[in-house]
Every structure is written in structure tokens, then in C-alpha cells.
Design a protein around this ligand. Structure first.
Ligand code: BDR
Ligand code: CA
Length: 310
């Protein structure tokens, strides 16, 4: 069944690959791309989204969203990982594509309200846009079919010992989303750290002679340099595309239903996704948390998406 989605992102190398995959796969209908401050400033991530759609000739509207989190002060941007532009590596032509005049939140609200409840939200950045939309127009909540997001972890964080970047960047927004009653499927670091864009993966994708392959290889070559410096890994985790791969073929990722709470009161553990993995409490199971990924199948899906470009 074709899945209608809105991709809410902060490109970002792995976000860019998620856009590339979602825009072309026949199982996905990408209704719009919305941007949010995260990896870089809102201006930069929006420019990056436009560069990606222009480079790959993707005919999908791009909407600019929130430039600051809901409650906390904006976090520093992730230059170590994504470079000064937020998408260092590839060379883009002069930008001619432009954003839509509507605000991302208005687009999300209007699109959901006009829908038959068949739209999936796919956030791959901080959850500010989604939570703001839920607060501004609560009637969208029952209209959301599902939220398949990249964020969180039940093991170790990547920005503090407890927290993953997207959740830590706007914990209050994450709290609103996870407690909204909408089914949340959480692709956390626990599985994204298994899909490493090792040199062998770059070599494999480089065999395709098209712009998507070139973009993938240019992105991952830069991305891996930062990952090596910061974490000592030869290949960086391709976090965000796990969401799209799961929508294309759910058998690629194993999920377990459990209760997840977002820590927003502790200074030390702010942004922690407290996932009740062992079902220790009677709290409602508000999330399907990814616990395993079929790595080979994942790369097959990424390669399939690349091969769909001319
Ligand atoms: C997440 O943070 C960003 O740097 C990536 O794009 C991904 O969404 C991983 O923690
Ligand atoms: Ca991201």
C-alpha cells in the first residue's frame, strides 16, 4: 500500500538520504518536506533541503518551520557532524528552487485536516514543528495515522550520556508528541548505530551511475570524516533513512511495543527517552521502539532507491 507521508527534517547528511529515498520509492507518496532547526540553523537546513530537491529534480514542495525550540534556548548546531553549511561535501549549483509561502506548521495542519486520516508524519529532526502543530490545532491529533520518527535511544545517547540529539534539542516537543496518543514508532540509536555507511557501502552505491549515487557518496564521504573524529568509527550511522526504509518494508526493522516517557525535568538527563523495555510498569504502550535491524536488507532498500534515479 502506498504510504502518504510528510517528511519533517533538518538536513543534515542522513536527512538528505531520507529525502532521496522517500521522493522516489513507489511505496511512498511524499506530500511535502518541512524543515526545523536542528543540525544547523533553520535558514541553513532549509537551504539544504532546497539544494537536495533541486539537485535530484524532486518535484515536492518545501516549507520552512520553527527556528527555535518550544521552551528551552536553542542548542548549539552540530557542525562537528554536518559541517558549516549543515550539508558539507557535495557541490550544488546556484539555488533556484524556493520555499513555499506557507509556514510548515500551517501546511501540516491544513494537510492533516483535509485528509482521511491516512497521513504518516516522518520527523527526522527535533519535534518542534509537530508538537507546535498539535498545540495550535489539537484536532489534527486523531487525523495522524502514525508518527515514524528518528530519535531517542534506550541504550546510550550521542549528545549526552543519556540523550539522543533530536530529542535533547527539544525535549518538551518530544514530550508532547509521545504523550499525544498517536502511535509513535521510534527509530533510536539502538538500531541506527548498526547501519554504518562503511567504505564498502560507499563503494557499493558508487557503482550506480546517477545523481542519487553521486550525492550519497559525496555526503557519506564527508559525514564519515566527522564520525571518525568524534566517535572513532570508520562509517557513520545512517540514522534518518531507517524511518523511510521501515515504511517501504516493515520487515527490515523489528519493533517492540512499550511505554516511553521523555525526561524534561532533570538537568543531567534532559531529553532521555525512558523506554520501558522490560515492561516494568503498567503505563500504556505509547510507542513501538525499534530493537533490531536487518542490516543487509536495509542497504538493499537504500540501493534500490538510488537505482530508481535516472
Ligand atoms: C540525529 O541527529 C542528527 O544529527 C541526525 O540528522 C539525526 O537525525 C541523530 O542523533
Ligand atoms: Ca536529522
Amino acid at each position: 500500500m502506498v504510504q502518504k507521508i510528510i517528511l519533517d527534517c533538518d538536513p543534515g547528511h542522513d536527512d538528505a538520504v531520507a529525502i532521496m529515498m522517500a521522493a522516489k520509492h513507489p511505496e511512498i507518496e511524499l506530500l511535502g518536506i518541512t524543515t526545523v532547526r536542528g543540525n544547523q540553523t533553520l535558514e541553513k537546513v532549509t537551504r539544504n533541503a532546497l539544494n537536495v530537491v533541486q539537485y535530484l529534480d524532486i518535484d515536492v514542495p518545501v516549507y520552512k518551520g520553527m527556528s527555535v525550540p518550544m521552551v528551552i534556548e536553542p542548542r548549539p548546531v552540530e557542525e562537528r557532524v554536518h559541517g558549516d553549511s549543515g550539508l558539507d561535501g557535495p557541490q550544488f549549483d546556484e539555488l533556484t528552487r524556493t520555499i513555499e509561502s506557507k509556514h510548515a506548521i500551517q501546511f501540516i495542519i491544513e494537510t492533516l485536516m483535509a485528509s482521511d486520516g491516512d497521513i504518516i508524519l516522518v520527523p527526522t529532526g527535533p519535534l518542534t514543528n509537530i508538537a507546535m502543530a498539535m498545540r495550535i490545532e489539537p484536532r489534527i491529533v486523531p487525523k495522524i495515522k502514525q508518527i515514524v520518527l528518528m530519535g531517542g535511544c534506550y541504550q546510550l545517547g550521542n549528545v549526552t550520556p543519556s540523550a539522543e540529539f533530536n530529542i535533547w534539542a527539544d525535549g518538551e516537543a518530544a514530550h508532547i508528541v509521545f504523550s499525544s496518543g498517536v502511535k509513535v514508532t521510534m527509530m533510536g540509536l539502538d538500531i541506527t548505530r548498526k547501519v554504518l555507511a562503511l567504505p564498502s557501502v560507499i563503494e557499493r552505491m558508487s557503482k550506480h551511475d546517477n545523481r542519487a549515487a553521486k550525492l550519497f557518496c559525496d555526503l557519506m564521504t564527508f559525514f564519515n570524516k566527522g564520525q571518525k573524529k568524534t566517535f572513532g568509527w570508520e562509517g557513520g550511522p545512517l540514522h534518518d533513512p531507517t524511518t523511510v526504509a521501515y515504511l517501504i518494508d516493515p520487515s527490515v526493522i523489528t519493533v517492540k511495543s512499550m511505554h516511553t516517557d521523555i525526561e524534561i525535568n532533570s538537568e543531567q538527563s534532559y531529553g532521555r527517552t525512558n523506554c520501558d523495555y522490560f515492561l516494568l510498569t503498567d503505563e500504556p504502550k505509547n510507542s513501538d521502539v525499534a530493537i533490531d535491524v536487518d542490516v543487509e536488507k536495509f542497504w538493499d532498500i537504500v540501493e534500490e532507491c538510488i537505482s530508481l534515479y535516472e
